[in-house]
Ligand binder design. Structure first.
Ligand code: FES
Ligand SMILES: [Fe+2]
Length: 372
């Protein structure tokens, strides 16, 4: 399918600078969408938890006794106190409120409330912790704070099994780097969604994947992107062009010659390579500030080999990331100017136009009016 941006232009400046737009995004996108908060492998055992903070909310992502992962609001049902302060850890058997010792199990059920339980006018079932929807997809934990949440399978129907051949659900992170970037989250999404900039910004990437080989297999909605083809002399995207371990076993001949670049609005990039998968988790921090958690995922058995060394992949993408963040920060400075006006997208930026269309459609939806 030909790539075209059909006369589309970049978003007006206020979308990258205005507090009002940022707050609308909270209501219309971030509190309603499936948001990636991490990998299931980071909470392997019952009681393991970490906190996810977003838009003033604190959420406890915890593996329950049953093995299921829950998302509990970090808000006591007595007088609202934060239950958990530590960013991660293990709950032995109960989540205890530090104020008056109400205690909850890993599913959020109230299990003890001194001087209240057993009283005729107190029903413990009415005082479980509030929860948000939580699913595990391809090893990613996704949460959704919408009260009437749509079925995950409906929302993700077209990509539910997209990464089965990479066995993404069982890959483990061998390295993580967290970046703080002074740019609006959409600048980061847009930068990832085109390789028009690659020859100038990423001289080391230029010989490996040429922008002319890029195509898109998802062109509409919340999941966008597609493949680029590796140049003949390269097995994968690394500093030396060679696999770090060995190619993923279930890949087709075609996929062994490709690198894919996908965005999942509004919180995740997934980049499958022949021998590993690179992920970027995007967190809005402020109008002009974004936190990016980058992980290099490999099969456990490959990572466990004595000879395994991921440094060629880590070095390559850390360098590329930093080049991207620098150009994103320059873009943020420019779109804050009083003279900035929307500019025309090239045909190589069709995914940016598609992202904007989806983003604007979400922003046009009504906020939830009733409170939780
Ligand atoms: S506020 Fe939590 S027990 Fe009182
Ligand atoms: Fe880039």
């Amino acid at each position: 399918m030909p790539r075209t941006a059909k006369g589309a232009h970049t978003l007006p400046g206020e979308y990258f600078t205005a507090r009002e737009v940022y707050d609308q995004e909270t209501d219309r996108i971030f509190s309603k969408s499936w948001i990636c908060v991490g990998r299931a492998s980071s909470v392997p055992n019952p009681g393991d938890f970490f906190l996810h903070e977003m838009d003033g909310e604190s959420l406890i992502i915890i593996r329950a006794e049953s093995g299921q992962i829950n998302c509990l609001y970090n808000v006591c049902r007595h007088r609202g106190t934060r239950l958990q302060k530590e960013p991660c850890g293990q709950i032995k058997s109960r989540l205890h409120c530090p104020y008056h010792a109400w205690a909850y199990d890993t599913d959020g059920n109230l299990k003890s409330a001194p001087n209240m339980m057993g009283k005729t006018d107190f029903c413990e079932q009415d005082h479980s912790l509030q929860t948000a929807a939580c699913v595990v997809w391809q090893g990613f934990i996704l949460i959704n704070q919408q009260r009437q949440v749509a079925s995950f399978k409906n929302d993700f129907g077209n990509v539910l099994n997209r990464f089965d051949n990479w066995e993404l659900d069982r890959l483990v992170s061998v390295h993580e780097i967290i970046y703080q970037v002074h740019a609006n989250w959409k600048v980061i999404f847009q930068n990832y969604s085109e390789c028009y900039h690659c020859s100038l910004v990423h001289p080391q990437l230029r010989p490996i994947t040429s922008v002319e080989t890029a195509s898109n297999d998802f062109e509409k909605g919340h999941f966008l992107g597609g493949p680029m083809i590796l140049a003949d002399d390269y097995q994968t995207v690394t500093m030396n062009g060679k696999w770090c371990g060995s190619p993923l076993q279930e890949l087709s001949t075609e996929d062994l010659r490709r690198v894919y670049f996908y965005t999942l609005c509004p919180s995740l990039f997934i980049s499958p390579h022949p021998d590993y998968v690179l992920t970027h988790r995007i967190e809005r921090v402020d109008v002009d500030s974004t936190r990016i958690v980058c992980n290099w995922l490999f099969p456990q058995e490959v990572a466990a080999r004595d000879t395994f060394n991921a440094s060629e992949a880590i070095e390559f993408w850390d360098l590329t990331n930093r080049q991207d963040w620098e150009i994103c920060e320059l873009t943020q400075l420019g779109v804050q100017s009083r003279v900035y006006r929307p500019g025309p997208y090239s045909g190589l930026e069709s995914m940016l136009a598609a992202f904007d269309r989806h983003y604007l459609s979400l922003m046009a939806t009504e906020s939830e009016t009733s409170s939780r």
